[in-house]
Design a protein around this ligand. Structure first.
Ligand code: ZN
Length: 302
């Protein structure tokens, strides 16, 4: 039995996970705006409370847990978190803080990589030995797998797929570079273009936005935005395919909400093959199947 924790831009989720990746129970908390002042403290309090409650309510003791795993946005290095923009955190030694309460191994990894680990073991990628899994949402993150093993560099976490440059002198990215893949192909980037074109409020929900795109799908300007998005996405994916030669690419994150609008267009563009070095093999494109549970499951299995 293991404990998986998913730390989001505005929520904390804690789950009790079996060795086969099933979540037995899960508790979640949405951080309040006023709590952002003392967000590190609130996160630790909530994790400690949820872990203890989950253990008590399910008649388990901490010593029987193999580990606690944490999926977090931002950069993760040596057990510490850096640059959690949405939580207003610069540096957070979450492992040290949790070690004061829990005397079992605590592991931590970037949320996109945790989702990739979960999808590799139990989700959309489990039948592919060599694959790439991407989370496309506010940004783009992911991981690469050969023989079901995630590639892990020694120096830095690596696999910053979202920050490969696909356009010289292109859009300025939050990382400071220009022309990064995620500055064209994150759902945030797509949303920004569509809301600006249709003159909508920038904070419109994903659901409403999708509905409006569907209603205006005959609009040539909107069609051009979607075509350009898919073109850049195909360039990014083809770069990954040409380098890694995966059998499949899995896609998670809020991209999945736009499946009907984007997935077929993407496959059609990619399978035209002018972007691919090896033109004979078909790389499967699959959507994630574990959705919101992927972070907790992947973290538990780190
Ligand atoms: Zn970048």
């Amino acid at each position: 039995m293991r404990i998986g924790i998913d730390l989001g831009g505005s929520h904390v989720g804690v789950g009790l996970v079996e060795e086969d990746g099933k979540i037995l129970v899960k508790k979640e908390y949405n951080l309040l705006v006023k709590e952002k002042q003392r967000v590190q403290e609130v996160i630790i309090d909530k994790i400690v409370q949820f872990v203890n409650e989950i253990l008590d309510e399910n008649h388990h003791i901490l010593e029987n847990m193999k580990q606690i795993g944490i999926a977090s946005p931002g950069t993760v290095k040596d057990g510490k978190l850096y640059h959690l923009v949405n939580l207003n955190i610069d540096e957070f030694d979450i492992t040290e803080k949790l070690n004061e309460y829990f005397n079992i191994p605590i592991k931590i990894c970037n949320d996109a990589k945790c989702a990739a680990i979960a999808e590799n073991l139990y989700g959309s990628m489990k039948s592919y030995e060599d694959h790439i899994f991407l989370t496309i949402g506010t940004g783009i993150g992911g991981a690469a797998f050969y023989n079901h093993q995630m590639l892990v560099p020694k120096q830095n976490p690596g696999f910053e797929f979202g920050h490969m440059i696909i356009q010289k002198d292109g859009n300025v990215c939050k990382c400071g570079k220009q022309g990064c893949f995620e500055s064209y192909c994150s759902i945030k980037a797509l949303k920004k273009q569509v809301t600006s074109y249709l003159q909508l409020e920038p904070d419109i929900s994903g659901k409403e936005l999708r509905k409006l795109i569907e209603e205006n799908i005959q609009d040539p300007g909107l069609d051009e935005i979607l075509e350009r998005y898919v073109e850049y996405l195909s360039i990014g994916l083809s770069n990954l395919i040409n380098i890694f030669e995966p059998q499949a690419i899995g896609i998670g994150g809020s991209f999945a909400h736009y499946e009907e609008l984007l997935l077929e267009r993407l496959k059609e563009r990619l399978y035209r093959k002018d972007l691919l070095f090896n033109k004979n093999d078909v790389v499967e494109i699959r959507l994630a199947t574990l959705q919101n549970d992927a972070g907790i499951i992947g973290a538990a299995m780190l």
